[in-house]
Design a protein around this ligand. Structure first.
Ligand SMILES: [Ca+2]
Ligand SMILES: [Ca+2]
Length: 499
């Protein structure tokens, strides 16, 4: 009788084999060993491989699908003691597999030979000294498992192993749509906490990598795609890989979902009137009392806004008070670019849906104060697009993207050029390092602020004296807006720094 010492993961695949081969073998124990080779087993399908792995290939041998030790009683022949396969080297629709095994309870001479057969193809013969061997250009297919048979004709024995399907993936593109973006993180939430076979020689770089299938799948993809860092577990570290490989120009499939006013809506709480230079706080709402969301698991969407009116890098998204769950229940993530796009995703990781409505997140930013850009008033537009909401069973939930009228951004009234102020002089202009600002006595304590062309404040100074000497040597060359502000009046002029 054999004693099997294999882990649960492997046992699942071994079991699959018995179902398939039930005609031939009556029990687990018998099947694990050896059946006589029959002529009918041999086919003439061609199968190419290279039996000598290069030294380089040997170095990356890192078996992850390992059947472990299989103990056996004395007297049995040709028992496979260890059996290891490692997928690597993703080609164009193909993958190479390194195979290594040992046979116990038998003195094996290096020059003795055995035969290998993959998926009922024609067997090839090797000597034991040639192990490990590389099977080249196996069809990379994420759905079909592979059968590997080992024959030793001198001992009249055979061992058969079914290994999981092997295919290739790009770390970060979990839904396999060719892009790495916020929608991929929805799937991290769906599979959160699951574990499976780790990826041999895994890197987090955006390059094709070979991996065995896990024994669970999304509707379309295997769970292994969600293990972006390849460590065998799906968690926040995998979100970090999505972030690393994020493609800001990625297309979205979420926008294809049809929704209308009869569906729950996602919308922004943008004020109709905004003041230049002030903080902007915009709540994002999902659903309403009349039209709540039923059984939602997560949502990904994009917020678009007029980036020219926002101080560069001032955008933040805050997920406190999100009705989809507390911070332990949620993965929340956003990625903003500098051209008016914020990709957002909020997804549960509990494997349970939630129903409700209310605030999802809050966007904060700072409106620019650059009066030359804004003038007396200017429209500011912010909206939601590319909405992709789903439930835990991956049912798409239609969500209506409610359009907003633009807000109107106004600047403080009475804005004039500095030249209109009597007794004020600013020179030289262009300036290299020392800027002289003279003001009348009644304007003492006026505030002088410099904004760069993207609207960010780069210099802030209180003019305590009538004659002031300011050092702007640390500022980059370029065009700035100089704003002079007193309690009564705000004025501005263009200032050029040139060296
Ligand atoms: Ca993707
Ligand atoms: Ca992982």
């Amino acid at each position: 009788m054999l004693k099997l010492n294999i882990n649960n993961l492997v046992r699942a695949y071994v079991f699959v084999f018995f179902v398939c081969a039930g005609q031939l073998f009556t029990s687990l124990v018998q099947a694990q060993i050896i059946a006589p080779i029959e002529e009918d087993d041999l086919t003439t399908d061609p199968f190419e491989w290279n039996n000598l792995p290069t030294e380089e290939n040997l170095l990356i041998l890192n078996p992850v699908f390992d059947l472990g030790d299989i103990e056996e009683e004395a007297g049995k022949e040709c028992a496979v003691k260890t059996f290891k396969v490692t997928p690597y080297n993703c080609g164009d629709g193909t993958v190479d597999i390194i195979l290594d095994f040992t046979i116990s309870n038998e003195e094996i001479l290096p020059n003795e030979s055995f035969s290998l057969r993959l998926n009922n193809s024609y067997p090839e013969t090797f000597t034991y000294a040639q192990l490990p061997v590389t099977l080249h250009e196996i069809l990379a297919n994420n759905k079909i498992s592979h059968r590997i048979e080992i024959f030793d004709e001198s001992k009249n024995c055979r061992s058969t192993f079914d290994i999981p399907a092997v295919g290739c993936l790009y770390p970060g593109d979990i839904n396999e749509d060719g892009f790495v973006n916020n929608e991929d993180i929805l799937y991290t939430g769906l599979a959160f906490g699951e574990s499976g076979i780790s990826r041999p020689n895994a890197t987090t770089n955006y390059e094709k990598q070979a991996a065995f299938n896990w024994n669970k799948s999304f509707l379309e993809q295997n769970y292994k795609f969600a293990d972006c860092n390849g460590d065998g577990t799906i968690n926040l570290q995998d979100v970090a890989v999505v972030d690393k490989n994020y493609q800001n120009n990625a297309q979205s499939i979420g926008s294809a979902v049809n929704a209308d006013e009869g569906n729950p809506a996602i919308y922004l709480g943008l004020e109709p009137y905004l003041e230049a230079g002030t903080p902007l706080n915009v709540p994002i709402y999902l659903g309403s009392e009349n039209l709540p969301l039923n059984d939602i698991y997560g949502i990904a969407f994009t917020v678009n806004y007029d980036f020219e009116l926002i101080v560069e890098n001032s955008i933040m998204v805050d997920f406190q008070d999100c009705w989809l769950g507390n911070s332990q229940d949620l993965i929340s993530y956003y990625k903003s670019d500098t051209f008016g796009k914020i990709d957002v995703v909020v997804v549960r990781k509990t494997h349970t849906n939630i129903s409700g409505f209310g605030s999802l997140a809050k966007i904060s930013a700072v409106l620019i104060e650059n009066v030359e850009k804004i003038g007396a008033e200017k429209n500011f537009k912010m909206g939601v697009s590319n909405v992709h909401a789903l439930s835990f069973d991956e049912t798409i939930i239609p969500v209506y993207q409610k359009e907003l009228d633009p807000s109107i951004v106004t600047t403080p009234t009475g804005l004039d050029n500095i030249a209109s102020l009597a007794g004020v002089s600013v020179y030289p202009n262009p300036v290299a390092s020392k800027l002289y600002v003279n003001i009348p006595a009644e304007m003492k304590n006026a505030q002088l602020v410099l904004y760069n062309l993207s609207g960010a404040k780069v210099f802030d100074y209180n003019l305590l004296k009538q004659n002031n000497e300011l050092n702007v040597a640390s500022l980059h060359q370029g065009v700035y807006t100089l704003v002079l502000r007193t309690p009564e009046k705000t004025t501005y002029q263009k200032l050029v720094i040139s060296r």
